[in-house]
Design a protein. Sequence first.
Length: 237
Amino acid sequence: MILLLLAVAFGQSPCRESAASIATATERVAVLDLQGATMRLAGDLTCVETAVAYWYLHGLIAAREAYRYGGSPESLEPVKLAIAQLASRTALSTSAEIARVVLLAASAAAQSERAEMGLFLEHALNLEQQQRSAGLPGAPLVTAHEVAGDLWLQVHRFEDARDAYMTAAEQIGPTRRVTLGLARTAVRLGDVPASCERYRALAAGWPQSEREPPELTEARTFLRRSECARAVRRPPR
């Protein structure tokens, strides 16, 4: 019992060694670079906070890749591993439980199991909302609310995706992931003016960097359309 209490105390206390890893991973996530964020977390998995963030992002990336292969059992193995790793840490971190349920939703999405995905998302969103209402963190680095929009978009439920992103914007603010998601859903729904507005906001708020990420290229390419030039409101003379 004493060892368990010590383990819990250690797991719930911040690890000084992980602070730099989490900070740099957060910077990468802010510019939609989940792979880069995962690489920055991979070297320090002894801390619960870092390990939960790593396995969560690892699972999100793997689930998206599995979707390309129809969610085959082989393609979902890395997702199952991530889910198992998070399950082993749920006693130490509520964020781990939220992340685990989000990955279950992502796994269902990879198989285009929309109903199952929706149930898992509903549970994850409720857990995250309870955490946020108590002033506590939800899913690490990428919120369940943001992932909800991504998954509905992935399975071609565009109105549901738009609603999920709008809820995310209300709950956590207009992050770049939310802004990009709203732009993409507007494209799918044929709302060109809204697409122009969202892509313009994404491009305008992107930090300077040596390499242009694909999401920024996507935004700038779309904004070259003549409809976007006409969509700009000009002040009356």
